[in-house]
Design a protein around this ligand. Sequence first.
Ligand SMILES: *[C@@H]1O[C@H](CO)[C@@H](O)[C@H](O)[C@H]1NC(C)=O
Ligand SMILES: *[C@@H]1O[C@H](CO)[C@@H](O)[C@H](O)[C@H]1NC(C)=O
Ligand SMILES: *[C@@H]1O[C@H](CO)[C@@H](O)[C@H](O)[C@H]1NC(C)=O
Ligand SMILES: *[C@@H]1O[C@H](CO)[C@@H](O)[C@H](O)[C@H]1NC(C)=O
Length: 308
Amino acid sequence: MLLLPLLLLAVIVPGGDNEDAFQGPTSFHLIQISTFANSTWTQNQGSGWLDDLQIHGWDSDSGTAIFLKPWSKGNFSDEEVAEMEELFRVYFIGFTLEVQDIVSEFQFEYPFVIQGIAGCELHSGKVIQSFLRAGFGGLDFMSIKNRSCVPEPEGGSDAQWFCVFITQYQGILRIIDTLLSETCPRYLLGVLDAGKAELQRQVKPEAWLSSGPTPGPGRLLLVCHVSGFYPKPVRVMWMRGEQEQPGTQQGNIMPNADWTWTPQVHWLDICGNNSALLDPFDMSCIMALEALVISDYLVSPRRVFFPI
Ligand SMILES: *[C@@H]1O[C@H](CO)[C@@H](O)[C@H](O)[C@H]1NC(C)=O
Ligand SMILES: *[C@@H]1O[C@H](CO)[C@@H](O)[C@H](O)[C@H]1NC(C)=O
Ligand SMILES: *[C@@H]1O[C@H](CO)[C@@H](O)[C@H](O)[C@H]1NC(C)=O
Ligand SMILES: *[C@@H]1O[C@H](CO)[C@@H](O)[C@H](O)[C@H]1NC(C)=O
C-alpha cells in the first residue's frame, strides 16, 4: 500500500490572483419554514441570507432576531431593527393562527410544512428585483409578481383560492410590497457595504491527497481534498499533461463553520492498476498526479503536484 497522504511538493499559482473580479454576494432573502404537526404544535423557523451565507437566525421562543455577524444589521438603526423584529414577531403569531383557522375551517389534514422565501437582488450592480414565493407540502404554491398574488400550477385549486382570499387583505399586501420594493433594496445595499471586508475577501484553496477505499484488486483510488476556500465556486480536475482526466467525481460543496467551503471528495480511479504507480520511472502515471483547482477568483487555475 502506498503511504498517503503524500508530501505536497509544490503549489504553483501562475499569473497571480484576480483581486478585482469578486464583488461578493448580490442578493438578500429571508426563509420561513413553518411546520404544523397537529392542531396545537407549530414550529416557525426563520433565517436571513446573503446568497448562500446565513447572517440572521430567528429565536422563535423569544421572538427575536439572532445577528450572526457584527454587521448583520447593515446600516439600519437599532430602532428600525427593533421595528422589523416586532413586525416579524406579530407576523409569525398571526400567520400561525390564520393557518390553524383555515385548516379547521376547510378540514385540511395535519401534518404539513409551509415554506416561504422573500428578498431582493442586484442585477448588473444596480437594478434591484424583489421576489416572494411560497411552497406548501414541498410543492410551489404561490408567488408575488408585479404586486399581485399568482397561484402556481402545482398549487392547484388551493393556490387559486388562496390568492383570491389574500386579495381581501389589501393592508397586508401593501406592507409586503413596501418590504419588498423599498425596505429590502435599502437594507441589501447597506448590509453589502457594512459587510464588505468579509464578503469580498478571497481565501485560497488548500489542497491535499489521500487514498480512498480501494475500488478493486490492483486499483487505487486517490482523493483530492480541496478545502477552506471562499467564495464558493471551485472546480477541481485531474490532469495528465494538458489533458483533463475523465472519470473524476466531485461531491457536494459543504459549508465550513468559518464560511469557507469544502467539496466532500474529488476522486480519481488512477491508471486502473496501482502497480504502475509503484514504478518510479513510469512518468505517464506520475503526470496524472496533478490536480487542477479552478476558482472563478483565480486568474489562472491553481496546479497542485503530488509526488509518489
Ligand atoms: C402534536 O405534535 C407534537 C410534536 O410532534 C407532539 O409532541 C404532541 O403530542 C402532539 N399533540 C397532539 C394533541 O397530538
Ligand atoms: C403590473 O400591474 C399593473 C397594474 O396593476 C399593470 O398596469 C402592468 O402592465 C403590470 N406589468 C406587468 C409587467 O405585468
Ligand atoms: C443605508 O444604505 C442605503 C444604500 O446606500 C441607503 O439608501 C439608506 O438610506 C441607508 N440608510 C438606511 C437607514 O437605510
Ligand atoms: C497491473 O500491471 C501489472 C504490470 O504492469 C500486471 O502484471 C498486472 O496483471 C496488472 N493487474 C491488473 C489487475 O490489471
